[in-house]
Write a new protein. Structure first.
Length: 317
């Protein structure tokens, strides 16, 4: 593909996340909003009107035929992920799928196998890796060879998930649907393969409480995952090396503390994280780079399945 050729983007779904993706891709030079398909056509038509999307398709096959898209962005309800992604794998476009990679690890592995058999290029929207706060910390610790201690704090509520109206299978697998946002920080910062997962305080689905797990990496890095399932708590991540400690609380904001100091030095978020849903504008830019054949930091399907596997190892579900 010529570096100057437009990248044609299509969308599957028409909910809030697709709208945010469409906003982000609309801001990338050289992108054409080529098509959209959703089971409820009216919602797709509204987004097409808002973002100048060229075609509203009546089926997935029609979406590919009408859009001739280089990239398809998928954001559908958890119970429809596997069916939708496997159908999209049948067409020769690059895929960006929203997390999670299926309803559970079994579905994630089935999607991975299907993608491998069709040689499909699939990326996973673990967009918190694209936050300017996360990237500031990642770039800083990259040059530090000392061991890292990664402390991830998660907070979830099955009662809240029920009140929102989620389907029973999604509630049963809520750790895959929502905790993956936090669990992935262990993989983003931990170097090498995971060589141990020690569950200190286990998941008890009949009486959810505190989940604690120690995660060891082959590099010597150490992670601690903490989730509060009955009580308040932050979504936060701290990464400590011998010389500096990075803190992201909330995740969109970063600050660091140097050795022998007690001061937290704040890092200003990128403008793109205030103008768009945090992480999505930078992620969209990186995805377009992939479509043009350049290297990118966007997680691929293998990394998305790795995150699903770590959720399973922590929650034993």
């Amino acid at each position: 593909m010529s570096p100057a050729a437009p990248i044609r983007v299509a969308y599957v779904g028409a909910g809030a996340m697709i709208r945010e993706h469409a906003r982000a891709f609309a801001d990338i030079p050289g992108v054409r909003q080529a098509g959209i398909w959703n089971r409820t056509r009216g919602k797709a038509e509204r987004l097409a009107h808002e973002f100048g999307i060229e075609a509203v398709a009546s089926s997935l096959a029609a979406l590919y035929e009408q859009s001739v898209a280089d990239l398809v962005v998928i954001a559908v309800y958890e119970t429809a992920i596997r069916e939708t992604v496997e159908a999209c794998i049948g067409f020769p476009w690059t895929i960006l799928m929203e997390k999670p990679v299926g309803l559970d690890l079994h579905e994630a592995r089935a999607i991975e196998a299907q993608a491998a058999s069709r040689k499909a290029r699939v990326m996973v929207g673990l967009n918190r890796r694209a936050l300017s706060s996360t990237r500031a910390a990642l770039d800083d610790v990259a040059a530090d060879p000392s061991p890292r201690f990664i402390h991830v704090q998660d907070q979830q509520s099955l009662a809240l998930a029920r009140r929102i109206g989620h389907a029973a299978p999604v509630i049963r697998n809520w750790m895959y649907a929502n905790s993956i946002h936090l669990v992935d920080y262990l993989l983003a910062f931990g170097r090498g393969e995971i060589d141990s997962v020690e569950v200190i305080s286990p998941w008890t689905p009949e009486d959810p409480g505190v989940v604690l797990a120690k995660v060891g990496f082959a590099s010597g890095d150490l992670g601690l995952y903490e989730a509060q399932w009955r009580g308040p708590g932050p979504w936060a991540c701290a990464v400590t090396t011998h010389r500096r400690r990075w803190e992201m609380r909330p995740l969109e904001k970063a600050a660091f503390q140097n050795l022998d100091e007690r001061v937290l030095n704040a890092v200003e978020p990128a403008a793109s994280d205030t103008r768009f849903k945090p992480g999505l504008r930078q992620q969209a830019e990186e995805v377009v780079r992939v479509c043009r054949g350049f290297a990118s930091r966007v997680p691929d399907l293998r990394e998305g399945v790795r995150a699903m596997q770590l959720v399973q190892q922590i929650y034993r579900c």
